[in-house]
Design a protein around this ligand. Structure first.
Ligand code: MTE
Length: 300
């Protein structure tokens, strides 16, 4: 329908606005992020058309607010995320209960377009704002014995109605091996599309590990612990034969109840586009070396 008073922002699809910003940032920095010849995230992102803000913020998994995809948008809005206490403990030089902004406020954020592949065989392309997790870890000082990073989501029964039911073993827990946590692709996201992270997407801060299934991307992080032993993650705890610690996107290792060889891109409408799932979700050039010598059918 003709609208005579459209603003420029209204007629510019969000992904085009975004692409311009990314290309601008690339030109300004001159070089890629990586010293190796591996493709940078920008090169991987080239040609990817991000999902709309509306799609990314209305089709969510955040079981603390209900198991329906539309429930987090509906139920998460009353969560207060500022001020926010982040507990950092375990094998770190500077453990403590931080006010989040005191800890991360001076870390510059950047925008990255990443593929996002859910274990349920759907995917999106998401323009995140945030910073590399290794920058936060450098601030708290990782000690020698630390081999894994364990993350926990806040449990706030006043607003998270579902935590009174034993749907999952709360708090939602995730973990990364130290080299995965330090990898430059691994991000702490604090926003998307240049806006503050909506509650349903994990405000005030969530993990994003683009080569792993989406459940590794733990939301609304309350606690980060540096530990010696591999932590059990929530889904692995619930069904170890279906979900492993690594959860690397792998089209060759099917979930026991469905194929992982292809995925449905959210937003495809009636004729939903199905596309082949890529090894490590398309990030193999950057991350395959982390798993050299490992049998990925055993370490799924
Ligand atoms: N984090 C918490 N705390 N609770 C959850 O239920 N779901 C995970 C992950 N992080 C989940 C979570 C799953 S299964 C997916 S696919 C992603 O969040 C979804 O992230 P999105 O809603 O931003 O797309």
């Amino acid at each position: 329908m003709f609208k005579p008073d459209l603003t420029r922002a209204e007629v510019t699809p969000e992904w085009m606005w975004n692409r311009r910003k990314v290309l601008g940032a690339m030109a300004a920095s001159g070089t890629g992020l990586f010293a190796t010849p591996a493709l940078s995230w920008q090169e991987v992102a080239e040609g990817l058309e991000p999902n709309t803000f509306e799609q990314i913020t209305s089709y969510n998994n955040f079981y603390e607010f209900g198991t329906g995809k539309d429930e987090p948008l509906e139920n998460a809005q009353d969560m207060v995320t500022s001020p926010w206490t982040l507990v950092v403990d375990g094998l770190v030089d500077n453990p403590g209960e931080y006010e989040l902004s005191d800890l991360i406020g001076d870390i510059p954020t950047e925008e990255r377009i990443y593929r996002f592949r859910c274990v349920e065989a759907w995917s999106m392309v998401i323009p995140w704002n945030g910073f590399e997790l290794n920058k936060l870890l450098a601030k708290v000082g990782v000690q020698d014995g630390a081999r894994y990073v364990k993350f926990e989501t806040a449990v706030i029964p006043e607003v998270m109605e579902a935590v009174q039911y034993p749907i999952l073993d709360w708090p939602y827990t995730e973990g990364l091996r130290m080299d995965e946590a330090m990898h430059p692709l691994t991000m702490m996201a604090t926003g998307l599309y240049g806006k503050a992270l909506p509650n349903q997407n994990g405000a005030p801060m969530r993990l994003v590990v683009p080569w792993k299934y989406g459940f590794k991307s733990i939301k609304t992080i309350r606690r980060i612990s540096l530990v010696e032993e591999e932590p059990l993650n929530t889904w692995q705890d619930l069904a170890p034969q279906e979900y492993g610690f690594f959860a690397n996107v792998n089209p060759e290792v099917d979930h026991p109840r469905w194929s992982q060889a292809s995925e449905r891109l959210i937003g495809g409408g009636l004729f939903a586009r199905r596309q082949d799932t890529l090894m490590f979700n398309g990030y193999a050039d950057q991350v395959a070396s982390l798993y050299e010598g490992m049998d990925l059918t055993v370490n799924y």
